[in-house]
Design a protein around this ligand. Structure first.
Ligand SMILES: [Zn+2]
Length: 153
């Protein structure tokens, strides 16, 4: 694991324990070069998931992206980091155990909204309004595309 402070590529594990939900191992590490301490999280990946964004846009499932948007939605709401981790882990686990390897991005959006709804109402509204605007913009884009197709010379 590369040190985030000096980029040295070996570190010593000082402490290692599972997080509350048991899905992740938390490791305290110390850089062997600059002695800085940092924490890493290791998780089991059950299967490779692909996110289907549109007919011809696919990308590998990226837990960090979901984590980031959930964290931003929860900003200054007093939601614990642990709760955010649990929400994202829950979504990931449900997807991984669903038996499917291709997941519609829309479905992930809905799962995030579902989770936020139970966690914090303001965070939910923040996420939902951005998500809804985005869907509408996308719908409009598609609509504009079809009109363009019809009349383009
Ligand atoms: Zn270092």
């Amino acid at each position: 694991m590369r040190c985030p402070f000096c980029a040295h590529d070996s570190s010593q594990v000082k402490d290692s324990r599972p997080t509350e939900d048991g899905a992740t191992i938390r490791r305290r590490r110390q850089c062997e070069s600059c002695a800085a301490r940092f924490t890493t999280f290791e998780r089991i990946q059950l299967r490779e998931l692909t996110v289907v964004k549109s007919k011809d846009r696919r990308e590998p499932f990226d837990r960090d992206k979901i984590h980031l948007s959930v964290s931003l939605a929860c900003r200054k709401r007093g939601v614990e980091q642990e709760q955010i981790d649990q929400l994202v882990s829950g979504i990931q686990r449900r997807l991984e155990t669903s038996g499917e390897t291709e997941i519609q991005s829309k479905r992930i959006g809905e799962m995030v909204m579902e989770g936020l709804q139970q966690l914090d109402s303001v965070a939910y509204i923040r996420f939902a309004s951005v998500y809804k605007d985005f869907r509408e913009a996308k719908d409009f884009e598609e609509f504009a595309g079809t009109v363009k197709d019809l009349f383009e010379e």
